[in-house]
Design a protein around this ligand. Structure first.
Ligand SMILES: Cc1cc2nc3c(=O)[nH]c(=O)nc-3n(C[C@H](O)[C@H](O)[C@H](O)COP(=O)(O)OP(=O)(O)OC[C@H]3O[C@@H](n4cnc5c(N)ncnc54)[C@H](O)[C@@H]3O)c2cc1C
Length: 402
């Protein structure tokens, strides 16, 4: 039995649960040498009470004791009826509609912004329409969540009538929930997690941004712009209104590294919560697969696990279009990142490479050399397809899928 999270530091998902629960302020939360938010024990302060391990998702996962796990959700496909919002959100904007309902009905909403100054994703608590608009859209980075979780605890402890809707990756939701249960907080809280591919290192993100910047300031980043349709992951980097760069995933170095699964957080590599298990009321994602392969606007996979989850979907019913109900979960899961990832290249080497003056294009070329020929051919085909006009591109991709 671990009596603090020190031994788990290499597996930390960075949810911030242990930092919040520690009564001795003996846990620091900061970026580690691999470029991930993780915790560190301040030995002089720690009395090894074990409270931190009791809320640590990775400790509980290691001991096969995940609590409140649900497997059999009800799967629907849906999207917002608001065309403008659909264009601005990642999938079918169901997260947006749930959050908007929350803000209009006295809930505080916990979500993630991209902070351009600090160049990081950050979880925040919002209670008004203006702030809420900033959490819209996926930021494919690990979000710094220590301050938000402390804030959640402060808000709920001060007032048992405060209601919250919390969005996050499955590990964050699990961590928040553990702390809230441990502290016996009984406020009304709806937990919404995202299907999760894993999170990439900030070492990659920082190097990528430096290459993009070219000595100019970046004003805005949109990780999933729909200019080339919902299926074509496109990152939009805005320097000013007249200077925007759109780059499709197949030709974009950040996305190449992300989807090569070459430098995700160690805690993501075999995360059980990426699979069919959940500790949330609802799980949201893209409805990938054959069913909507020709759709260019976006469709959400909405996996409802609890009565509370069902009730919130009923509440937003008039603002959304439900495309299909009672879909077998398999139809969505088989297109999601549910497998364990293998280490395909030495992390130590990659970190060394990133710290040199070598550019990302060269680094990618170097590590992809070691990849199986089948994977390399697939990447080449996808790159060629990315040059085709949208309709032709998705038609060919759809044919591949079937
Ligand atoms: C790191 C990451 C990996 C993902 N991987 C997959 C995947 O493999 N398959 C899949 O189908 N879907 C994945 N998603 C979910 C998907 O990208 C959409 O977020 C989801 O479908 C909801 O989109 P929406 O259109 O309903 O609303 P949107 O308005 O686009 O909702 C985005 C929601 O996600 C929250 N959010 C944004 N960035 C983060 C972040 N970094 N950490 C925590 N919460 C965040 C926002 O607060 C908001 O509530 C992932 C999301 C993230 C952040």
């Amino acid at each position: 039995m671990n009596n603090n999270v020190l031994n788990l530091a290499g597996k930390c998902s960075g949810c911030g649960a242990c930092v919040t629960i520690c009564p001795y302020n003996a846990i620091e939360y900061k970026l580690n040498e691999e470029g991930f938010y993780a915790v560190n024990i301040i030995k002089e302060r720690c009395i090894k009470c074990g409270l931190c391990t009791s809320v640590c998702f990775k400790n509980i996962e290691n001991n096969n004791k995940l609590k409140n796990i649900k497997k059999d959700g009800q799967l629907i496909s849906a999207r917002t009826k608001n065309k403008k919002i659909l264009k601005e959100c990642t999938s079918g904007a169901i997260a947006y509609e749930i959050g908007k309902y929350g803000i209009e009905n006295g809930y505080k909403v916990v979500g993630t912004i991209y902070d351009v100054k600090e160049q990081i994703a950050k979880t925040i608590v919002v209670d008004n329409k203006e702030e809420f608009e900033k959490i819209k859209g996926s930021k494919y980075l690990q979000s710094k969540s220590d301050e938000a979780i402390k804030n959640i605890i402060k808000i709920t402890r001060n007032n048992s009538n405060e209601k919250l809707i919390i969005f996050g990756t499955p590990c964050q939701i699990y961590g928040y929930r553990m702390v809230i249960e441990k502290l016996k907080i009984n406020n009304e809280i709806i937990y919404i997690e995202l299907f999760c591919h894993g999170v990439p290192s900030y070492l990659i993100w920082n190097k990528y941004l430096n290459e993009q910047k070219n000595n100019e300031k970046i004003k805005k980043v949109d990780f999933r712009n729909k200019k080339y349709g919902w299926h074509n992951f496109t990152i939009k980097i805005e320097k000013n209104k007249n200077k925007c760069k759109y780059s499709k995933a197949e030709r974009d170095n950040f996305y190449k590294i992300f989807f090569d699964n070459i430098f995700l957080n160690k805690s993501c590599m075999n995360c059980k919560l990426r699979k069919e298990e959940s500790n949330a009321d609802i799980r949201l994602g893209d409805f990938w697969g054959k069913k909507y392969s020709l759709d260019t606007n976006g469709v959400s996979a909405v996996l409802i696990f609890t009565k509370k989850g069902k009730q919130i979907i009923d509440k937003i019913n008039s603002n959304i279009e439900i495309l299909e109900k009672n879909i077998p979960i398999e139809e969505c899961l088989k297109y999601q990142s549910v497998e364990n990832y293998q280490e395909k290249y030495s992390r130590t080497q990659l970190i060394k490479d990133i710290k040199t003056n070598e550019n990302l294009t060269k680094i990618i070329k170097q590590y992809r050399n070691d990849f199986p020929i089948k994977y390399k051919v697939k990447c080449k085909i996808k790159t060629i397809l990315s040059y085709l006009p949208l309709r032709l591109n998705i038609k060919i991709k759809s044919k591949f899928k079937s």
